[in-house]
Write a new protein. Structure first.
Length: 589
């Protein structure tokens, strides 16, 4: 089967209409188009025009996932006794595996992932590789790979199953522990403990294409005794302690040094007559450091691998644990979905997260007239377990009602005694440069009409609000404007000044103007000003930006913008600029 693989490139949605060659975007590729089950895969790429976020380094991570044909991430969950969960009924007490990785790119935006298409998570078929990150907004790129079924000869090898578990020691007598078929299954171990490995293998006789017991195969002299090899061959990731902040690394140097220490962590043993086997490993301080390790069992040509976490209890604690929460945007419209994502950092416990959302005060609304119903405001989330960083997410649906407008505060906490807050806003404004679907022609009374005026090169622009005689039910509510310039490096000398018809400077760089700097402050996006005894919400991006933006609307809900004429002056010399503005007319009833 042939597949065309193209490097995915998706530009983020940004509020400008002129092309910008410095806009960040993603490029990546995989080392093959077609794979076998349990085959290694390598994905490498770059964030072109990468800009490191020093304020919130968690936004620098690149997230790599594989999606099946239904668009879901392959996931499997197991109970403590190793049996598969049914319909997620054991998520709280089970262990979850999911193909989802977060990688920190280097200073140039380069990143690489090497892993295995494990049969625990994948089946044969087509999968989509999805790579995403944040650069002034979320950017995503995708491509496809194929996992093909094996040939008949390969199938004979794959049908040699190996089943094993990693277990904690529960008996004082180690000999009895190894003889017992019971297993206290676990993937978490402390340095200094014993790691018990118990499992079973079966042999396939290629001459008759059927499974026979180890005992019968020996008795019939069909094969020589086959040894089972159990090993801890290499680490998958290590934990670095940087000024008491734990960082997960897959750096070549750290992985190479630890792999050298693991030489000899291997046991060869002859399986019992029924194919069962058991062995153990000491985990001494002289060899093991905190990290994620592979445990492999090999029998004939088949190899199975599991991952375990090993921690040095003396070096790892939760005293520096913290929770980080972000949203995909800071502003939304009523009815939108807020993508909340977060991490527990500097903790080896993937503790349950309690999230609550404080919604705006609805006391000013008549809930018999306006729907005041909000989505669920509290949720418990089980994070995806990592080493010292554990990720979680929640898609929060904002109500489509006018009562949803305002500030929302997200609080996330856990039993580790740490919590964090972040906020977002729901506004009745539309993004400045965005296509707004028009109302259906058959609609007799539209609820909103937006009039746009684009690519104005003049220095003096007059904005006049229509009386909307053709639609008397509609009244002007919001003015939004943006100034774009291609004169790079001169942003601070090319600016907007907005005044009323009688000369009152509302927005400008002069100290006499009501708003002269960015209105975005911690917990704020507007500044309230008073013009002719009426309060207005003024939003302004500030002057030293390539896309200078502003918006004006009344502070009170349900009232029109009653200043009918505005003067906009583009302060510049001979630099090329384009001014865009639009006026929203809405039904205020």
């Amino acid at each position: 089967m042939g597949i065309l693989l193209t490097t995915g490139t998706v530009l983020p949605g940004i509020a400008q209409t002129e092309p910008d060659q410095d806009t960040p975007y993603l490029e990546f590729t995989s080392d093959s188009l077609i794979y076998d089950l349990n085959q290694a895969i390598s994905i490498s790429g770059q964030i072109v025009n990468f800009e490191s976020n020093t304020r919130d380094p968690t936004l620098n991570f690149v997230e790599i996932t594989l999606l099946d044909s239904s668009g879901k991430i392959p996931t499997s969950s197991y109970t403590d006794d190793g049996t598969l969960c049914q319909e997620n009924n054991c998520m709280m007490n089970g262990q979850e595996q999911q193909f989802k990785f977060k990688i920190l790119p280097d200073s140039l935006g380069n990143f690489k992932l090497s892993t295995v298409l494990s049969s625990v998570l994948f089946d044969y078929g087509t999968y989509k590789i999805q790579v995403s990150t944040y650069q002034h907004g979320k950017i995503t790129a995708t491509s496809e790979i194929q996992i093909n079924p094996p040939s008949v000869e390969e199938q004979l090898i794959i049908e040699q199953p190996i089943v094993f578990e990693t277990c904690k020691s529960t008996m004082h007598d180690l000999r009895k522990e190894l003889e017992s078929t019971e297993c206290s299954a676990s993937v978490d171990f402390l340095v200094g403990e014993k790691l018990i490995v118990k499992g079973k293998v079966e042999f396939v006789d290629p001459t008759i294409d059927s499974k026979v017991s180890i005992e019968n195969s020996f008795q019939k002299n069909q094969v020589q005794p086959r040894y089972v090899t159990v090993a801890i061959p290499y680490p998958k990731a290590m934990i670095l302690d940087l000024t008491n902040e734990y960082v997960t690394t897959t750096g070549v140097a750290e992985i190479k040094d630890q792999t050298k220490l693991l030489r000899g962590m291997e046991a060869q043993l002859l399986a019992n007559e029924d194919g069962s086997f058991s062995t153990y490993f000491e985990l001494p301080h002289t060899i093991f450091k905190s990290g994620l390790y592979a445990v492999t069992v090999s029998f004939m040509k088949n190899v199975e691998e599991k991952e375990i976490r090993i921690f040095d209890e003396e070096l790892i604690s939760d005293k520096n644990a913290e929770i980080v929460v972000t949203t995909d945007k800071t502003e939304y419209s009523p009815g939108e979905t807020v993508q909340i994502s977060g991490q527990i950092q500097n903790s080896y416990h993937a503790d349950v997260i309690d999230i609550s959302i404080e919604s705006p005060d609805i006391s000013g609304y008549d809930c018999n007239v306006v729907s005041c119903t909000m989505d669920e405001s509290e949720k418990k989330i089980v994070p995806n377990q990592g080493l010292t960083t554990h990720t979680f997410g929640w898609d929060y649906q904002v109500s489509s009602s006018q009562a949803a407008i305002g500030k929302y505060t997200i609080t996330a906490g856990s039993s580790l005694g740490v919590n964090t807050q972040t906020s977002f806003f729901v506004t009745d404004e539309s993004p400045i440069v965005q296509t707004v679907p028009s109302e259906p022609e058959e609609s007799p009374v539209p609820k909103k009409i937006i009039k746009k005026f684009n690519r104005i090169a003049d220095s003096n622009i007059s904005i006049t609000l229509d009386d909307m005689n053709e639609n008397p039910e509609l009244s002007p509510r919001v003015i939004q404007g943006s100034l774009f310039t291609t004169a790079r490096g001169q942003e601070s000398t090319i600016n907007i000044q907005v005044s009323t018809l009688d000369g009152v400077c509302v927005i400008g760089q002069d100290s006499s103007c009501m708003v002269s700097e960015s209105t975005r402050k911690p917990g704020e996006i507007y500044k309230i000003v008073t013009i002719d005894e009426e309060n207005y919400k003024i939003r302004y991006s500030g002057s030293d930006v390539r896309l200078e933006k502003f918006s004006i609307l009344p502070e009170s809900s349900g009232v029109p913008l009653d200043i009918a004429e505005w003067d906009v002056q583009v302060i510049k010399e001979d630099q090329p600029t384009r001014f865009y503005y639009k006026v929203s007319y809405v039904n205020l009833e």
